[in-house]
Design a protein around this ligand. Sequence first.
Ligand code: NAD
Length: 499
Amino acid sequence: MKFEQILAASGFSDQDLTGGSLDVHTPIDGSKIAALQTHTADDVHDAIEASKAAFATWRKVPAPRRGELVRLLGEELRNEKENLGRLVTLECGKIVQEGLGEVQEMIDICDFAVGLSRQLYGLTIASERPGHAMRETWHPMGVCGVISAFNFPVAVWSWNTALALVCGNPVIWKPSEKTPLTALACKRIFERAVARFGDAPDNLLQVLIGERAVGETLVASRDVAIVSATGSTRMGNAVGIKVAERFGRSILELGGNNAMIVSDSADLEMAVRAIVFSAVGTAGQRCTSLRRLIAHEAIYDVLMPRLREAYANLPVGNPLDDGVLIGPLIDAQSGAAMGAALDQAKSAGGTVHGGELRLTEQYPDAVYANPAIVEMPGQSDIVKHETFAPILYVMKYKSLNEAIHLQNDVPQGLSSCIFTTDIREAEEFLSDVGSDCGIANVNIGPSGAEIGGAFGGEKETGGGRESGSDAWKAYMRRQTNTVNYSRELPLAQGIKFEI
Ligand code: NAD
């Protein structure tokens, strides 16, 4: 399918794609596919005002009715799955199956949020005073700003938006400057759902196109009650501090440096498949990509040749083509970061297998690379750093304690896993003294989470939780209510205060 056809299928005309100052390139061949108009600081302020007006109406709509809008959004996404999935591939370079999988995640979170719209439950609490009732209620928060990264250009928006909407909040979305087209396509899909819904207020969703400065203006506004920001630790550090300065609420979803421990009791067939999928899928550009393999010394010499064999046959190429499993890196900067990381690993005593650039003649303006495996003598600085590329560092361990220590001894805390058939090892890994990550799995790789669980991680990953479980609570204001239905006024803590 030609690039123009993919763009046209998502409703983009030539006029939409020309005349602006933000150049959009496809990582498939590096060519320019759009020059979009960007928003100014004034536009950001106008959007916030419009969003406040939408909030004033939307918060009064009963939550199950708000859920109906999200149900319609889910239907529209089902209709558009193929077109949006391919647009994701065109704009961020993941293979079509992964593009479609990303849209499926959007559909799944819509379904989840529809059910949730009838389950925004609070507690009833036993009061210590006679004739009193206590309860906890949940209320809409206000404008929800969503800042997203290039590598999950649409799913992260939907995780936030489906929840924010049923919780009664309008959304202002600042997508990555590398993937604005998918955001504009989502806005169009959303507008179709709004039209079918009938009486939603205007501006429930606004999309702001631009670079970092647009995000900075959004983040600085006291009128943005929630800032959900997904991206690098550097970005999260700036955003987290800014939002905290004004006592706003942030949900931070930042970098990961995810590990797998392969024990001497592991099913190695399963482990190899899980390693390959989670280390090279999306060309190593998932926040949950496997970056560190901690292998027991007794199976190391069996595991390594099998892994290298699996890596030798990986199809790298145009992500729109059937049979390709590894597409391009997002841009030249990313390719340079991969090369620099491999050099640094070599200087630290690592042995690099793979990592060569590919298809340089066919696609001189794009970056394709063979995934790399790097055998490391220890967990040096470069291993502790998230390089957003398909590099898998491999280290040996002797005892489970040592393996868990290595797994936790990095600044990030997103996803982790152990391959073992020993229940004691599995339970210890999941226990209070095991993995310190937000996600910890047994006999499953670290990537590809389901939407039903809360998603996010600790330490430099930012501490935020999105998606399933009770992540919705971050999008609402909790209120404790005490009602006195007696004719007395007893004070709490037994205090006597006679007047
Ligand atoms: P990035 O940090 O460069 O950009 C992310 C977004 O933040 C963009 O929209 C950008 O314009 C905006 N931004 C940057 N600085 C800002 C600032 N000071 N104020 C406001 N907005 C600002 O990240 P990227 O390269 O697009 O994405 C890759 C990173 O995202 C990786 O580190 C990856 O691990 C992380 N990521 C994390 C998760 C998660 O859920 N934990 C999910 C996807 C990606």
